[in-house]
Write a protein that binds this ligand. Sequence first.
Ligand code: DQA
Length: 146
Amino acid sequence: MKFLIINGVNLNLTGKREKGVYGAATLDEINAKIASYCTANGDETEFYQSNIEGELVNKLHSAYLEGGYDGILLNAGAFTHYSYALRDAIAAIDIPVAEVHISNVHAREAFRHNSVLSEVCKGVVCGFGAGSYLAAITGLKDYLAK
Ligand code: DQA
């Protein structure tokens, strides 16, 4: 299977910002971990990051229109909590999307408790650092195998 892993706003600073919340691993290190986990299971990965909402929407559209992906992992960062544009893009595409967060958003500020994306995603994983992405891959694979 082939998975597209999309990280949104501010995730490029992972490993450099708020290390107590997001850990010391950089996004490149997290992505390398996901890639080796997937390779070991015979799966392929592709990675994308942008701080720009419209570019994330465009990436979801092109993944759908150009094809080639079985599933998508999306950590939209703060866009999670208010981007109806991303929500509509997820609803528009016929590829299962898993919502992922490094931190446990439910143990943090109230505004992080709500996601406008969850309703149109297949599932949500949060709070396990890089492990959230790995768990989401497992979840999507189980879903796709049915
Ligand atoms: C995050 C959680 C969001 O609330 C926050 O805005 C982020 C990162 C996470 O991975 O824990 O930027 O998506």
